[in-house]
Design a binder for this molecule. Structure first.
Ligand code: NAP
Length: 248
């Protein structure tokens, strides 16, 4: 079996959980990360110790040259790409719009939107049947923030995830006849380190009473939906986005 998947931002959180789950299901994993090579290497080691195959790939998804180089390394060292999980995302300190700067907004959009577009582009070039590819599947990790708006916290981040949802819709239609399915997940309130970047590591517990299911979610619960969307069990699903936010 040669089922190669690239997962961006796979050194921790949702990306890490997805890498471990997909490795269990027999995928070979490209473990992309930005800074934390030790954490990425630990994910690779955990997969290889369990008999799987994985490769740590450092690249800033917001940088076009680095994205191109990452896909070329993946081609050379793992083989034909069959799946992409666009997951690397960032947010900054909670604030109202009065505090937002162009520099911050552009950084959020560069990683969360441009990065997703660039990785989709490279994946489509490899998967599309019109380029001689064998088809494949893409999952874009959006956020419940795209629906809720993140008022007073990070509207810039929420807006970037709105763009991700539109990318999923548009690209799914563009490549549906090319053997490629494109879907999304919209997690919300998941226990990861991301909330510390917003200045509130305990955010999930603070908001949990306002979540209909009365609890935050685990990265594994998001990974399960991603794995299903990539699998043949979802073979007639494209252009869909699954909400994983405890009913919020
Ligand atoms: P996280 O724990 O903060 O992890 C972020 C990952 O992205 C890390 O592996 C990080 O690498 C990587 N990364 C950041 N910027 C990057 C860049 N420019 N290029 C490549 N990799 C980069 O995040 P998470 O909570 O697991 O979130 C994963 C995805 O789920 C994001 O798209 C996020 O928006 C979405 N999401 C999360 C939640 C939640 O409640 N946690 C809710 C809704 C949506 P390093 O370790 O090297 O820095």
């Amino acid at each position: 079996m040669n089922n190669v998947v690239l997962i961006t931002g796979a050194s921790r959180g949702i990306g890490r959980a997805t890498a471990l789950l997909l490795a269990e299901k027999g995928y070979q994993i490209g473990v992309n990360y930005l800074n934390d090579s030790r954490a990425a290497q630990e994910v690779v080691s955990e997969i290889t110790h369990r008999g799987g195959r994985a490769l740590a790939l450092q690249a800033d998804v917001a940088d076009e040259q680095q994205v191109v180089a990452m896909f070329e390394r993946l081609d050379a060292q793992l083989g034909v790409l069959r799946a992409l999980v666009n997951n690397a995302g960032i947010l900054f300190q909670q604030s109202t719009i009065e505090q937002l700067t162009a520099e911050r907004i552009n950084r959020v959009l560069a990683t969360n939107v441009t990065g997703y577009f660039l990785c989709c582009r490279e994946a489509v070039k490899r998967m599309a049947t019109r380029h001689g590819g064998q088809g494949g599947a893409i999952v874009n990790v959006s956020s419940a923030a795209a629906r809720l708006g993140s008022a007073g916290e990070y509207v810039d981040y929420a807006a970037s995830k709105g763009a991700v949802d539109t990318l999923t819709t548009g690209l799914s239609l563009e490549v549906a006849a090319q053997g490629i399915r494109v879907n999304g997940v919209r997690p919300g309130f998941i226990y990861t380190d991301m909330h510390a970047s917003g200045g509130e590591p305990g955010r999930v517990d603070r908001v949990s009473s306002a979540i209909p299911m009365q609890r935050g979610g685990q990265p594994q619960e998001v990974a399960e939906a991603i794995a299903w969307l990539l699998s043949d069990a979802a073979s007639y699903v494209t252009g869909s986005t699954i909400d994983l936010a405890g009913g919020k």
